[in-house]
Design a protein around this ligand. Structure first.
Ligand code: CTP
Length: 406
């Protein structure tokens, strides 16, 4: 739903600028209001008149032609619900990452505190340049979403990764971002992600294939829905919210419990190892003469089940500072390679959580390491709901909407 939404589009000087004309039409057809800022170079690729006609608004380029008492870069950022920069050149990406505000577009970007999406497009060698990648990470860490370019024939004659992603992708990303409800505003959401790492000796460990992508998608969506997010993860991602990096199940447990008393939601998306090595060797274990070696493993605590027990226990006295009433919603994930529903039903009962998100890991097209997922949500009252296969980002949002409104 884009009706009456205000979309501010920044166009920079790349050949893909011409493609944005169709996108403006699509936004307008959907009922959005569109305003456009061009860098001086953008107007070498597309004319002001075209953009003016399509957006039915004035096209902004100079910083010193204010229409009212407010400086243009402030009034435009106040006006917009979302800012899209497409195509975004390496130059503009670099400036925004470094806080340089030397033209109207970069000045608005610097003053902009709402949702921003950028769609880079450039030569494939420029795309791979270390500083371009570093700048993108900086932007990501600030909560700016970027839509990676695609592979293909580039205007510069090269074939490679660098062309603007499809207009459909850009349209959908803007549509989705505009429709985030702030349902989690004021709520503290603790999310775990990744597989735990259980050390054997200084060079070896036991772990699993979890990529942390589902947990990351949940954390990003919760953040977009207005939550205060604490992301406890074994994988290091660039994120704009509090991140606690842990390794083992024991470290994860400590980090989760530290946040639990003040949390409104705890979502255990991490793949926690059930066992750890009983005695970690301080030195590297040397190869012996025997053909076999035995590692003794001990059970790790079940973080999720322990939290559910804690929730039932009386409040500690005195209450820790900022502690909430005991109504924290606890969500578990379950990865199963067979008998999904049967195992999931038994698991929600055993662990005692409010919701359990069941994943079928026998399918290669979803789950571990994949960008898509298909899950079944169980609740403690025995209700079962299936979310059809979709990108993890969409699944994450649906899960959060589900658990925050039921
Ligand atoms: N979990 C946990 N602590 C553990 C093991 C699992 O908190 N020591 C959490 C996971 O983060 C997940 C849920 O429990 O949210 C279910 O994890 P899963 O591995 O499917 O279940 P297990 O209890 O380990 O059972 P099994 O491996 O036998 O299927």
């Amino acid at each position: 739903m884009m009706q009456n939404k205000h979309i501010l589009i920044g166009i920079t000087g790349g050949i893909a600028a011409y493609k944005i004309c169709s996108l403006i039409r699509d936004f307008k057809k959907s009922g959005a209001e569109v305003k456009i800022i061009c860098t001086p170079n953008a107007l070498n690729f597309v004319t002001k008149l075209t953009l003016q006609n399509l957006s039915q608004n004035e096209v902004y380029e100079g910083e010193f032609t204010p229409q009212n008492w407010k400086p243009e870069h402030i009034s435009l950022s106040d006006w917009a619900d979302i800012m899209l920069i497409a195509p975004a050149t390496a130059n503009t990406i670099g400036k925004i990452a470094q806080g340089i505000a030397d033209n109207l577009l970069t000045s608005v970007a610097c003053a902009f505190s709402k949702k921003m999406i950028i769609a880079p497009a450039m030569n494939c060698n420029m795309w791979q340049n270390e500083s371009v990648q570093k700048n993108l990470k900086t932007l990501q860490a600030r909560g700016i979403e970027y839509l990676p370019p695609e592979e293909g024939f580039l205007a510069c004659g090269y074939n490679g990764k660098g062309r603007l992603c499809s207009l459909k992708k850009i349209y959908n990303a803007v549509d989705e971002a505009l429709n985030y409800s702030e349902t989690l505003k004021g709520e503290k959401v603790v999310i775990t992600a990744g597989g735990t790492i259980e050390e054997i000796d200084p060079v070896r460990y036991i772990s699993n294939y979890s990529s942390g992508k589902m947990g990351l998608a949940l954390a990003k969506s919760a953040y977009d829905m207005g939550a205060e997010v604490v992301f406890i993860t074994t994988k290091d991602f660039e994120v704009p919210f509090k991140k606690v990096i842990v390794k083992s199940a024991l470290e994860m447990k400590e980090a989760v419990e530290k946040e639990f008393e003040t949390a409104d939601y705890v979502i255990m998306a991490a793949a926690v190892a059930d066992y750890r090595v009983k005695e970690q060797s301080e030195q590297k274990i040397k190869k012996g003469d025997e053909d076999t070696i035995t590692l003794e493993l001990v059970k790790n605590p079940d973080i999720l089940a322990d939290l559910c027990q804690k929730k039932l226990a009386p409040h500690p006295y005195p209450l820790p500072k900022g502690a909430r009433e005991r109504n924290c919603i606890i969500v578990g994930f379950c990865a199963e390679s067979e008998n999904l529903l049967e195992n999931a039903k038994a698991k929600i009962e055993k662990k005692g959580c409010d919701f359990l998100i069941a994943n079928d890991i026998s399918r290669k097209d979803i789950g571990f390491n994949s960008d898509e997922n298909e899950v079944t949500i169980l609740d403690k009252n025995g209700n079962i709901t299936k979310l059809e296969k979709a990108p993890k980002k969409i699944i994450a949002r649906k899960i959060l909407e589900w658990i925050s409104t039921k």
